[in-house]
Design a binder for this molecule. Structure first.
Ligand code: ADP
Ligand code: ZN
Ligand code: ZN
Length: 731
């Protein structure tokens, strides 16, 4: 050794830690280790150790080295997060006013992924081998293994719901082989030209446009605006094929886990392999593999929920956002962000194409296309040539059902005919449970959630009253807790369970199925039931918005919307857009493949512009009117909005703080401040919520303004919290 380590100045580095602090912290680098920006490390933080990443900020050399803590571990088996991903994290933090560390936390979601996987014995399907005799249990094992991954025996028997002896039987028959995992696990690559459908001419034109997008310097954004069933998926499959040809990875974002199953199968039909899945229902072990595979480049295509946007792809070259208008892409999280908008940003930073697709695009995306920022591809007809459904309104004031019933005679007739000819009907009501309101007939008592300002909803199948905001539930009482009369409780209004009851009364011979996110059995059962519907194993389906999205039910001929006015009642300026999108999507389920579909809209407002737009199927007129209304009110996308939600356990304290915060706002002519007012949901999980709204012209730098405001305003204390929501969904 030429010189002693202690004579060298100690190496230090900035590390971004996954907590809500504004800057990276400085740590010592242990002797003998090297780190670069992006290296993933473990560091002490207060009493615990956390995983963070070396960041680009200059470390603070002024701190006395004796006071610095040292990095305790360098994850050198994992590639450093690349420059583009680091800029993306910084960008999201700066846009949402979130802490960069909290955004980084979304990247480092899988701690397991950082450790190389030790090989363990597992089993894998031998290519093409079939059992001598197929049983239900064997079928489940093989279906579980469809994605080509190897499994541990115990994991497989658990996931497939079979006893280990079934698996041993398949090993004995040389259908499964024992392998060491993961070393023996080369992932099959998608085959670009596995099986392509001949495209219609408008599909072809759109696909060619998307492919041209790859040659644009600096990236591109395309919007596919195509009616339900127009074959948008086949079109963007061609963009996926192009990305694969260019040796780039692909990410497909879907709003709903329930949609992935069908998508996976279609992908397999087109590319010969299954894509990797990334969402909350995937086991931690599989997620770790997907994370590692994205980073190493072994995983070429990921299909995921919005959080997959933060995977550390090695060479991402295309993002598809399907159902781009869907509100599920923007949820209230620790860091509220719009996955659609952030996908566009990620594409912009890394200069690759982003494709948005919808039958009912967001007003924002339509305006972006009109103003030339996005390339627009329209698919006005269904790919199969099937006609769009024939829609009619049922005026409930004139032609409604008798009291205590919810299906109008015209709708009942429609269902009867559809059932008679062996086709499926879908009854749509965006309300889970049996009845939205339970009331005492004697004293008028209503059941409110103890933690939220929301009424409890009766779930008759589960014999419970449930809060749909916080999940609180209680048994349905025998007598009124207020006046103690018994048998006085009445259910007001319908939920899907009540509609199902009426349907069973009217059509006792029909196979009915309720599809709602809260049915017992969770996502697995839901997936199975979606498949049952797809394969024609149900005659009448009663569903919440789960069934509105993307799904292709070939035998579905009739769609009945039980309450077309439900979404319009909101005071929210986006209510018209959201209702139009939801109802166009749900009625679009009818007759997708064969045509001849029918839709019924039960309404008390047959003259409402949204209902009229749906009936005339003139969506352009609707969008133009909506765009004009937004423009003249200075609402998004023509103006900018941010909400500050103040919440706390004590109502008057939270309100007083919200007022003080409002008074501290910097004066700026460009900004209009509204509030504080009680938030639409004034109490959630025991926290009272007040909302301030800042509106400004489109060009205004609202984030800088908000940073200045929060920097100089009173600091929240005593359990108060301020959350910034840029571009809130509800305003
Ligand atoms: P969208 O996503 O626009 O609602 P899909 O991509 O789901 O439409 O396509 C609707 C149906 O039409 C699917 O059953 C699909 O297989 C079929 N389809 C799409 N493109 C074609 C085509 N070019 N030729 C024949 N069938 C097609
Ligand atoms: Zn009572
Ligand atoms: Zn509640």
């Amino acid at each position: 050794m030429l010189f002693d380590d202690s004579e060298l100045p100690e190496a230090i580095a900035s590390v971004l830690v996954p907590v809500a602090v504004p800057v990276a912290y400085t740590y010592k680098v242990p002797p003998g280790e090297t780190v670069v920006p992006g290296t993933i490390v473990k560091v002490p933080l207060g009493p615990r150790e956390v995983i963070g990443a070396v960041w680009d900020d200059q470390p603070d050399a002024a701190i006395n080295p004796k006071k610095l803590k040292s990095i305790t571990r360098v994850y050198d088996k994992t590639p450093p997060l690349d420059e583009d991903l680091r800029r993306f994290v910084d960008w999201v933090a700066s846009w949402t006013l979130g802490a960069p560390g909290m955004v980084l936390r979304m990247v480092l979601r899988s701690e397991e992924a950082l450790e190389p996987e030790a090989p363990v014995p597992g089993v894998r399907r031998i290519d093409g081998a079939e059992p001598d005799r197929m049983t239900a249990a064997r079928g489940r094992v093989l279906a579980t293994m469809e994605d080509g991954f190897a499994w541990t025996k115990s994991g497989l028997s658990h996931a497939a719901g079979v006893s280990p002896s079934v698996i041993d039987g398949l090993i004995n028959q040389d259908v499964l082989e024992v392998v060491m995992m993961p070393a023996a696990l080369p992932l099959p690559k998608p085959q670009i030209d596995y099986s392509q459908k001949p495209l219609t001419s408008s599909q072809q034109a759109a696909a060619e446009g998307l492919i041209r997008g790859f040659s644009k310097q600096g990236g591109s954004v395309a919007l596919i605006d195509g009616v339900t069933g127009s074959g948008k998926t086949e079109v963007y499959f061609e963009a996926i094929a192009e990305a694969l040809r260019r040796d780039r990875q692909v990410l497909v974002l879907l709003p709903e886990i329930a949609l992935t199953e069908q998508f996976l199968r279609r992908f397999e039909q087109r590319f010969g392999v299954y894509p990797a899945e990334w969402h909350s229902e995937v086991t931690p072990r599989k997620r770790a593999r997907v994370w590692r595979g994205a980073a190493s480049g072994d995983v070429r295509v990921v299909i995921g929920a919005r959080s997959s946007l933060f995977l550390p792809f090695k060479e991402l070259g295309l993002i598809i956002v399907d159902e781009e208008h869907d509100a599920a892409f923007k949820q209230d999280d620790r860091v509220p962000y719009s996955a659609r908008d952030m996908a566009v940003v990620r594409g912009h930073i890394s200069k690759f194409p982003v494709v948005l697709a919808s039958a009912t695009p967001s007003v924002e995306s339509i305006v972006n296309a009109e103003q030339g920022r996005y390339d627009l591809y329209e698919l006005p007809e269904r790919a199969s040539g099937a006609s769009l459904p024939d829609l009619q309104a049922i005026d409930m004031r004139l032609d409604g059902p008798e009291r205590g019933r919810w299906l109008a005679p015209a709708l009942v007739n429609g269902i009867r005919e559809t059932f008679g000819s062996g086709d499926q009907s879908l009854l749509f009501l965006n309300r889970r449970g049996y009845a939205p309101l339970t009331l005492c007939r004697t004293c008028g008592h209503r059941f409110q959630c103890a933690h939220c300002s929301a009424w409890l909803v009766e779930h008759r199948f589960q014999k419970k009253l449930v809060c749909h905001h916080c999940g609180h539930s209680e048994p349905v009482p025998q007598s009124c807790p207020s006046c103690h009369s018994s048998d006085s409780l009445v259910a007001c209004g319908p939920g899907v369970e009540r509609i199902a009851e009426e349907v069973s009364d009217l059509f006792p011979q029909a196979r009915t199925l309720v599809l709602s996110s809260d049915i017992a059995g969770g996502p697995e059962r839901l997936k199975r039931e979606m498949k049952i519907v797809e394969e024609g194993g149900a005659d009448i389906v009663i569903g919440t918005q789960l069934v509105a999205k993307g799904h292709n039910f070939p035998k579905m001929k009739l769609v009945g919307v039980i309450d077309a006015d439900l979404g319009l009642a909101h005071g929210d300026p986006r209510a018209a857009e959201k209702t139009f999108q939801l109802l166009a999507q749900v009625t679009g389920r009818a007759g997708r493949v064969t045509g001849g579909g029918k839709g019924f809209l039960q309404t008390y407002n047959a003259d409402h512009p949204v209902i009229k737009a749906l009936l005339s199927s003139d969506k352009h007129a609707f969008y133009q009117a909506e765009i004009e209304a937004r423009r003249s009110a200075g609402l998004p996308p023509f103006g900018r909005l941010a909400a500050l939600i103040v919440s706390g356990p004590d109502k008057s304290f939270a309100e007083a703080y919200a007022r003080a915060l409002a008074r501290s706002a910097p004066n700026d002519q460009a900004v209009t401040l509204l509030g504080p007012a009680e938030a639409a949901l004034a109490m959630v999980r025991g926290r009272y919520r007040f909302r301030l709204l800042a509106m400004a012209p489109r060009q205004f730098d609202l984030q800088t303004y908000l940073r200045r405001w929060l920097g100089q305003g009173p600091k929240p204390t005593k359990g108060l919290r301020v959350q910034v929501d840029i571009d809130p969904q509800h305003f």
